[in-house]
Structures are given as structure tokens and as C-alpha cells.
Design a protein around this ligand. Structure first.
Ligand code: NAP
Length: 273
């Protein structure tokens, strides 16, 4: 488990974010508050928002890479990662750089990045297990998973992890594979059930119980995530298909148990005890 504590040494970093969507923006705000210097590039033009936040936004990837960052932080969608990474002109990097990804699946980015990055570039695979809603007021006690896939510059890696440790996150070091196994049973299942509730158009009623309000809230907060994110959890986590099957089988079993019980209750020839 983790050796990263909030008292470990750290320094401010130059962090270049690739993919300045919802999650990239969310992380950047804390990084700025902590004194790190942020640059960003993205498929869409986020230059106005970046200007407002004090971030240099580059439309041109070559110029972005020439900004000599300590860390390149990949915040693109799961589905686009491979294309995005393969289109980075890595020869433009002027110094050894730590690559970090925050994708909600972990074996996929690890494989892609190990294929594409030359051996002199360090790699840290991470998953902050929270988002703009669950982490809106505080990150205290929220889980932060990481796998030091290839780290030589301990100082930069440790300073990056400190962004989360200093905010009170629970720092969990584990392999990407272990993460994907656990996340298929927790996060993917959560998102799938929320999508099912949404398909059923589940809404608040005048006679809500507390538990039902929890369900409605689960649906509403989860549906704020993009469909790219949800489908990425399925397509790029090899354990997700099995969990979807488990859910189907379990629903069928619950239904069958109820039907059996109903038939027992309603059939006068079956003795009741
Ligand atoms: P997302 O829909 O998963 O990703 C949106 C980002 O991907 C935007 O920066 C978007 O760029 C970029 N993108 C999408 N398609 C692209 C393409 N074809 N080519 C290049 N870039 C593309 O939403 P997100 O919530 O911001 O998540 C970003 C990453 O963080 C994902 O990998 C997700 O798994 C991870 N994550 C999210 C959360 C969360 O709570 N949201 C929590 C932990 C981890 P433009 O904005 O420029 O169009």
C-alpha cells in the first residue's frame, strides 16, 4: 500500500494538461490553487476559459510540448486516448517528462502508453475515484488510486502525488489490473445501474422514501458523466462484460424467486407453513 503521506516533500510543478474537458478543468483549479503552473491543449478551443483561469492554452501541440513541462497529464476520454497519444510529437519534448493519466480504466492506458512512450519517459497511471460533484467541496477521504509504472524521477512523481495527498485523499497504490477488477464491480456497476434507472425514467415522487431519494440522486449525478466515459468503462475494462452478465443473471434470479413465491402463495394446492 501507499508510502505517500501529506508530509512528504514536494515542489511546485509545470503541468501540461492534454484534454481540457470537465475533468481536466476540475483538476486544474486545485493545481493552480496549490501554486503549480498549468498549460493546456485540447481538441476543442478552451482558450477563453483558460485565459480566465490563468492557464496558457495552446491549439498547437508542438508549441504546447515546447513549454518544458515536468508533467504531461492526460485527461482525454478513454475512447480517444490511443489516437491522442499516438498523435503527440514526442520528439518535441525538451527534457525527461513524467506522463500521468487519470483515465477511469487502467490497464488500457498503461498498455498504450508503454507502447508509445520511449523508455526515458516516466509513467504514472492514476485514477482519482471522484469527480466535480463528489469532490466539489472537499477531497478529504476520497480515494486516489495510482500505479508507479515506470518512475526514475522520484521527486517529480512524489510532488505530483502530493497534489492529492495534501488535499486529504486516501492514497491507494495498486496494480492497474487489480484496479480494473475492482472498478468493474464498483464503478462500472454503479454507472450501469444509474443508466438503467435513467432508461426507466425514474423520477422523484411525492411519497419518496430516503432510499429512493438516494437512487434518484445516484441517477442524476451519474448521468452528468459523458456517454463516452460510460462506454469507455465497458469497452476498455476486460472485466466489465462479466459484471454486466452477473447483473443480468442476478436480475433474472430475483425475478424468478418472486414468481416462484407468487405461484406458491396463489396456488391453493401448495401447502403453506
Ligand atoms: P470524457 O468525455 O471522458 O472526456 C472528455 C475529454 O476528452 C475532453 O477533454 C475532450 O476534449 C476529449 N476528447 C473526447 N473525444 C476526443 C477525441 N476524439 N479526440 C481528442 N480529444 C477528445 O469526460 P471527462 O469527465 O472530462 O473525463 C476525462 C477523463 O478523466 C476520462 O478519461 C475519464 O475516465 C477520467 N475521469 C473522469 C472523472 C469524472 O468524474 N468526470 C473522474 C475520474 C477520471 P475537448 O474538450 O477538447 O473536446
Amino acid at each position: 500500500m501507499s508510502t505517500t503521506s501529506s508530509s512528504s516533500p514536494w515542489r511546485t510543478l509545470k503541468i501540461g494538461i492534454i484534454g481540457f474537458g470537465t475533468f481536466g478543468q476540475f483538476l486544474s483549479k486545485t493545481m493552480i490553487k496549490q501554486g503549480h503552473s498549468i498549460t493546456a491543449t485540447s481538441r476543442s478551443d478552451h482558450s477563453q476559459l483558460c485565459h480566465d483561469l490563468g492557464i496558457s492554452f495552446y491549439r498547437d501541440m508542438d508549441r504546447f510540448l515546447e513549454a518544458e513541462n515536468d508533467v504531461i497529464l492526460l485527461c482525454t476520454s478513454i475512447l480517444s486516448l490511443s489516437n491522442v497519444v499516438n498523435s503527440i510529437p514526442l520528439h518535441r519534448l525538451k527534457r525527461p517528462t513524467l506522463f500521468v493519466d487519470v483515465l477511469s480504466v487502467k490497464e488500457h492506458p498503461k498498455e498504450v502508453l508503454l507502447q508509445v512512450l520511449p523508455p526515458e519517459l516516466d509513467l504514472l497511471c492514476t485514477h482519482p475515484m471522484f469527480g466535480p460533484q463528489s469532490g466539489r467541496d472537499s477531497w478529504e477521504g476520497l480515494n486516489f488510486m495510482y500505479d508507479r509504472v515506470r518512475i526514475r524521477d522520484e521527486a517529480v512523481c512524489s510532488s505530483f502525488l502530493q497534489i492529492f495527498a495534501r488535499k486529504g485523499c486516501k492514497m491507494l497504490e495498486m496494480s492497474c489490473e487489480e484496479h480494473d477488477k475492482l472498478a468493474a464491480r464498483s464503478q462500472f456497476l454503479t454507472h450501469t445501474i444509474a443508466r438503467v434507472l435513467s432508461e426507466m425514467k425514474v423520477e422523484s415522487t411525492p411519497i419518496d422514501t430516503k432510499n429512493f431519494q438516494t437512487l434518484v440522486q445516484l441517477k442524476e449525478t451519474t448521468m452528468n458523466n459523458s456517454y463516452d466515459l460510460f462506454s469507455g468503462l465497458f469497452i476498455h475494462n476486460k472485466y466489465a462484460q462479466e459484471e454486466l452478465k452477473n447483473l443480468e443473471v442476478a436480475l433474472e434470479k430475483v425475478k424468478q424467486n418472486l414468481l416462484d413465491r407468487m405461484n406458491e402463495e396463489l396456488d391453493p394446492s401448495v401447502s403453506k407453513h
